[in-house]
Design a protein around this ligand. Structure first.
Ligand code: MG
Length: 389
């Protein structure tokens, strides 16, 4: 926080509105303000934005008391005391409850902020406070950069409209008074609307594009830090009599086959093990034991799809596959593009993220003597930081 402004915070209260249910985030019963983001509850992170404020009040839902207690426990030692008050069925009822509560501490200014905006910077807080020097209300806004149209396609002059953020700042007595006079039946979109209805002087200040409101599940996904991990896999299958063999999900007429419990697709097995390795989920034998008859003659794409499903369950993403097939015969080059395309379909990755290479061992070793074929694979995966094991 700005050193030159800390003293003035004495007369400023932060009112965090956290009583909503956050249903648009989707699956899960936990309201969005209590969901984890970067390993911390959203509300905990929002509170940290106000660590220089001596008076902080959070409006909570009556069902959320336990979650709120957990959120407070995660605050650092020495954090200013955080008060709480039970909110109402609408946002304005909740804010009204908070303002009534804060009346006892007689703040000069109040900053009313959405619990689901944890990326608030001190610069924006300062912009709002600066605006309150000459106005009774100040709201951080952003210009609209995209073209704006009504639903029937009529162009709207975007220079006349702005996006409105929080914290919205007010002279406490003026906004408390306006709330007391408002139509309690009406649900106002935000607090500035009430300020406008009751004639407070309002100014706008610069908002921050980073100060976005977490609304949808995708907002959480986008804000989850990912780390890049690597997995490697290796496999060998013995050459046996036959006409065709499977390599990388493609059936190739080689004049011989590969021996195995499944279709013996050595390349897909190496890739599957690499994917399992990246997410530390054991190896292919753990998931598909050769002793289990249901995998007899199984097509190996089943194994790879399973490994990819496991990555998805961990909210991880396969980014790149590089496989090397080691054999004298068959020649891989004529089949390379078919294998890449098959892997691209299986892994749901563009061809540019699928590399298939081949080498011989100069007639040395078991691959050189034509006794077997081996494959080695490396994959890159992005996985959320702090994924539990
Ligand atoms: Mg194998």
């Amino acid at each position: 926080m700005h050193n030159n402004s800390s003293a003035s915070f004495d007369k400023i209260a932060a009112l965090i509105v956290a009583a909503g249910r956050g249903t648009r985030v989707g699956s899960g019963d936990t309201p969005k303000q209590y969901r984890l983001l970067h390993g911390k509850m959203v509300l905990t992170q929002t509170l940290l934005c106000f660590q220089d404020f001596p008076t902080i009040c959070v409006v909570i839902h009556p069902d959320d008391q336990n979650l709120f207690d957990q959120c407070l426990q995660a605050l650092p030692k020495g954090f200013p005391p955080v008060q709480s008050v039970i909110g109402g069925a609408t946002r304005s009822l909740s804010v009204a409850a908070g303002l009534d509560y804060l009346q006892n501490s007689t703040p000069k200014y109040v900053l009313i902020h959405d619990a689901a905006r944890p990326f608030l910077k001190s610069r924006t807080i300062q912009n709002v406070l600066d605006g309150l020097e000459n106005h009774q209300a100040c709201v951080p806004c952003l210009p609209i950069t995209d073209a704006v149209k009504t639903r029937d396609g009529t162009a709207v002059d975007r220079s006349s409209i702005v996006k409105v953020q929080t914290p919205q700042g007010f002279h406490f007595a003026a906004i408390h008074n306006a709330f007391a006079k408002r139509d309690a039946e009406k649900d106002y979109a935000d607090d500035i609307e009430i300020a406008k209805e009751f004639g407070l002087s309002i100014t706008m200040c610069d908002g921050d594009p980073m100060n976005s409101k977490l609304t949808f599940a995708a907002d959480f996904d986008q804000n989850t830090p990912m780390i890049s991990v690597t997995g490697s896999g290796y496999d060998v299958h013995r050459i046996c009599e036959g006409k065709t063999l499977w390599l990388g999900g493609v059936e190739i007429e080689a004049g011989f086959s590969l021996l195995g419990h499944s279709d013996a697709d050595v390349a897909l097995h190496a890739i599957t093990d690499a994917v399992l390795g990246a997410i530390a989920e054991g190896d292919i034998g753990d998931h598909f034991p050769p002793s289990d008859d249901q995998w007899k003659n199984a097509r190996s794409d089943v194994f790879l799809k399973h490994a990819i499903d496991l990555t998805k369950q961990k909210s991880a993403m396969l980014d790149h596959v590089d496989v090397t097939i080691i054999c004298e015969q068959p020649k891989i080059k004529p089949h390379r593009e078919a294998i890449r395309q098959t892997l691209s379909d299986l892994c749901k990755l563009p061809l540019s993220r699928i590399s298939v290479k081949a080498t011989t061992t100069e007639k040395l070793g078991f691959t050189g003597r034509g006794e077997g074929i081996s494959a080695s694979a490396v994959v890159s995966v992005r996985i959320p930081q702090g994924t539990p094991s």
